[in-house]
Design a protein around this ligand. Structure first.
Ligand SMILES: Nc1ncnc2c1ncn2[C@@H]1O[C@H](COP(=O)(O)OP(=O)(O)OP(=O)(O)O)[C@@H](O)[C@H]1O
Ligand SMILES: [Mg+2]
Length: 480
């Protein structure tokens, strides 16, 4: 199993804490030991110097003679008494390196030390010092200073001490230090746990949120907090989540649109197909009077034409909406295009007994001639179909600000306010024209809207105050 970031932080902090505690302890212990040894050597040095001075003074008082046996015995008694108190072992040697005073063991009086390096050095008139291990395994320091009368070395003041006391002290100190390190480590452990909890909390937050998001809840977001890196991560996550949520919503909507479209199309296909099938079956049964047979045949032709038109319209819509900006674009005059559309529809509008009036002008626009003519065609078709016989459809071209505007006004039943935004949907038919005989599939305005959109324009429908409906197309004017 992968360890969590908390565990890793914990281990890392602990390692650092323990390593620094141990390092610091080792360093301070060795410093401490050095210091102690130095102090001890200093003490032995001063003791031996004082002693050398005092014995030299005594000899001077004797007129340069060696100490008498009584004087030596008195000194021995005195030093033997203070020896245990001052923790130093003090010997006084004569000019041959033979001890005549020994503070620790009077039976050692008479022992010879001339061979000992530090004593040999002192006998030559210099200060001697040494560190050695004693028989019982202790480290001992030795300091020897010459006793000088006149310019003659007449003896040696020889002091020594074992480091026993420092070592004991240090052992004691080491124990206490160990305890402190353990305590310190425990404290570090607690602090580290708290710290790592605090540091990793935003990350755990992020992980929890990401899991929830992956499980399908696209509304979850992270609250950015913690270090700047984690904040950046949280911000990036939130941005990504926004993006995904939007795309998912769009996909869902697209999905809905598609399935609606498919069911609309099949619904539209079913009606003419049912009519064709009914007529064909009746004809197949035979025994149909001539007149009725013609009637059925013309139904078949009419419904087939309706299917063809439906197929064509769907194809047109598909082409416009799928187009990627490769329309054959040129500068076009809306009045001229409207005139062509009116002329093209003249047979139809005349048959409906509706007059079509074209008026006004506007700056040219950039666009596809044929498609824009289709816009006018579809709008005039609807308008003339819904205008009663003898009525008038007006196509008005004008300029408003930077836009060239084309309005198609009719004298029909008008349009309900709630229908106005929806008439541009595919297959939408307002209640007033539910009757299929008055209209087509309900794709005409969807095509209009798609064409206008592809020209970066807008189209709206509204009821006229004086009755009837007005469709308004606005397209950006060219600078002229
Ligand atoms: N001038 C108008 N006045 C009132 N309602 C209208 C007008 N033009 C369109 N409509 C409403 O909008 C609906 C959709 O029109 P659209 O042109 O898209 O379809 P259609 O004319 O019914 O069929 P198609 O154009 O495909 O032959 C119409 O059925 C009608 O209810
Ligand atoms: Mg139409």
């Amino acid at each position: 199993m992968r360890s969590s970031i908390r565990t890793r932080l914990l281990v890392a902090f602990l390692l650092v804490a323990v390593a620094s505690a141990l390092g610091l302890s080792a360093y301070s212990l060795s410093e401490f030991e050095d210091y102690g040894l130095h102090k001890l050597e200093d003490r032995l040095e001063s003791e031996s110097l004082v002693l050398a001075g005092m014995v030299a003074a005594q000899m001077q008082a004797n007129g340069g003679e060696e100490l008498s046996a009584e004087q030596a015995a008195a000194l021995n008694t005195e030093l033997t008494r203070v020896g245990p108190i001052i923790y130093s072992h003090i010997r006084i040697l004569d000019g041959d390196g033979e001890a005549f005073v020994d503070s620790a063991s009077p039976e050692d009086v008479g022992a010879k030390y001339a061979e000992t390096p530090e004593v040999a050095k002192a006998l030559r008139g210099d200060r001697g010092a040494a560190t050695r291990i004693t028989e019982n395994g202790r480290v001992a320091l030795y300091v020897a200073n010459p006793i000088i009368v006149g310019d003659r070395v007449v003896g040696v003041a020889y002091t020594s001490a074992t480091t026993f006391s420092i070592r004991t002290l240090l052992r004691d100190y080491r124990l206490r230090l160990g305890a402190a390190v353990v305590l310190f480590t425990l404290l570090a452990l607690v602090l580290t746990e708290l710290l790592s909890r605090w540091l990793s909390a935003p990350l755990r937050d992020l992980a929890r949120t990401a899991v929830a998001f992956a499980d399908g809840d696209h509304s979850v977001r992270v609250r950015p907090r913690g270090s700047s890196e984690i904040r950046a991560l949280a911000d990036a996550f939130n941005a990504m989540a926004d993006e995904v949520q939007t795309v998912m919503a769009e996909l869902k909507e697209e999905e809905g649109r598609k399935s609606r479209f498919v069911s609309d199309v099949s619904h539209e296909l079913r009606t003419p197909l049912t009519a064709i099938r009914g007529a064909a079956e009746t004809l197949l049964d035979g025994d149909v009077p001539e007149d009725d047979a013609r009637q059925f045949l013309s139904t078949i032709v009419r419904e087939s034409e309706r299917l063809t038109r439906l197929a064509n319209d769907l194809l047109t819509l598909q082409r416009i909406e799928g187009a990627t900006g490769e329309l054959p674009i040129s500068a076009v005059d809306l009045t001229e295009i409207a005139r062509r559309a009116v002329e093209g529809l003249a047979p139809l509008t005349e048959a409906r007994g509706v007059r079509v009036v074209l008026e006004g002008s506007a700056p040219r626009v950039l666009g596809d001639r044929d498609r824009l003519q289709q816009v006018f065609g579809n709008l005039i078709d609807n308008a003339s179909r819904l205008t009663p016989e003898g009525g008038t459809v007006t196509v008005r071209i004008s300029a408003e600000g930077r836009e060239s505007v084309a309005s198609v006004l009719d004298e029909g039943p008008g349009i309900a306010e709630e229908d106005a935004p929806h008439v541009f949907d595919r297959f939408y038919r307002a209640q007033a024209s539910r009757d299929r005989s008055t209209g087509g599939a309900g794709l005409g305005l969807a095509i209009v809207a798609a064409i206008v959109r592809s020209h970066t324009g807008t189209v709206t429908a509204a009821r006229r105050d004086e009755g009837g409906t007005v469709f308004t197309v606005r397209l950006p004017s060219m600078k002229e």
